[in-house]
Design a protein around this ligand. Sequence first.
Ligand code: ADP
Length: 543
Amino acid sequence: MQTTMMKVPLSLNHLLERAGRLFHGSQIVSRLPDKSLKRHSYAEFYRRTRALGAALQALGLRQGERVATLCWNHHAHLEGYFGIPAAGGVMHTLNLRLSPEEIGWIAADAQDRFLLVDDVLLPLYEKFKHLHAFEQVIVVPFSGAPVPPGFTDYEALLAGADADAFVYAPHQEDDPVAMCYTSGTTGRPKGVVYSHRSTVLHSLVGCLPDFTAVRGIDVVLPVTPMFHANSWGMPYIAVMMGAKLVFPGPHLHPDDLLDLITAEPPTLSLGVPTIWMTLIQAYDASLKAGSPNHGRWKLPEGMRSMVGGAAVPESLIRAFAAHGIWILQGWGMTETSPVGTLSYPTAALRGASEDERFRRAAMAGVPAPLVELRLRGDAGQDQPWDGQSVGELQVRGPFITGSYFQVGSPDDKFTPDGWLRTGDVATVDELGFMRIADRTKDLIKSGGEWISSVDLENALMAHSAVAEAAVIAIPDDKWGERPLACVVPKPGEQATPEALNQLLLSKGFAKWQLPERYEFIDAVPRTSTGKFWKLKLRERFSS
Ligand code: ADP
């Protein structure tokens, strides 16, 4: 006998219905390839999304089949986020920054049936189409040009579908809604599949006040790509709350982002640290008299910015705070939906000094509600939460993947008792604040002692002449490995190894932890998701 609550399955469709009913007037702004802005109301989004669902069903999409997307961040991609699962399909976001060979391999591995692609990305599609035959290629006329023959026109498809007669595909809450492949920096890319249930729970947690606190009156700028890790879940969260969305389209250069931020000031923005580093440098340079961009931009005071995907240096947090913008650091992975931890002032930090708040903001933060976290040492023992003991980070929770598409739950990814092995090495302190020391493969072991590349990088990036710094291990006959620092100086500035070492010593690094060598380079190579690509640096410098 059921004596408790109703068993109503958690469903993304509920978020869409709610948005259609409650938030008709909210706006979705998309930057088009020609840099103009296109506006849709939520009422239009709701109708178009249901039309997409109806059209996919009319094309014969069956329950659980994958519909791939190869799109920038914009309104039509958002329609895919909801319309594909509404029809019973699984939205599979393809990462347009991967090589054509990788994209083709991933589409074939996922057995994607249909593809939704931006017209401006058709040249990329042409390069991998021999690797996987989609049954139908639906082209979003994003640039406004006519869709080339041989493809299905997205707008014509929607216009021909009956949104009013659309009926949601029946589903259970554990049925899949979306999938994303890991970027494969540590092996073959693997598909992570999200469910209605995991997505709704992640969305609820994501807008808690002690989290990103997304509200209906927010204006949200997701710079994080919708083609990787669901743009940190923000499309779902924003629609759930009816927030205004501002999508940058293909224009991610700092000048373009600053133009967009000035035109449509966000109250919340999201991106990886490398994006915000270049953006704040461009902005601060524009404030100098005589700059060609003097007076062009305005950063919105009071904006929150969620930054993660890689460690966020304290210097970056302070640089934004100087303009009244607070950075919230998060940690996560494709496997964790993706937000697993967030750094915010917890109850224990009531009355903490400003310096302490900054120090905490530069950590990966505390676990989200519903996420459990533990550290395991080399011998498999539980490591204490003392801020010192290092261990492999393992996590568990209802929005953390339990397996990979077609690969299952390999031993190197899951523990026998069912926790995800993140491949990150971390410490956790008494207050539950985590600090990522490194990814396992980036750790530097010198004379039997670990050196955290992340700590060195963050300290180096606090130097006024340093734009970026990435630290890698180089082989060393005597010590096994030693740190090598690759430093990008700010334009017109010079940083010497002596000055940088002096800075590190003043920050409490021991002599043996100082970089063995400095290389001054033009730019740190980036991965497909905009993070520092240390593999490339290792290839270049390790000999
Ligand atoms: P990839 O980096 O291979 O593209 P993901 O996008 O899933 O894959 O990234 C997950 C990884 O990013 C984490 O395992 C961790 O190493 C790193 N990461 C994410 N957030 C942070 C953070 N706040 N601090 C340090 N590292 C982070």
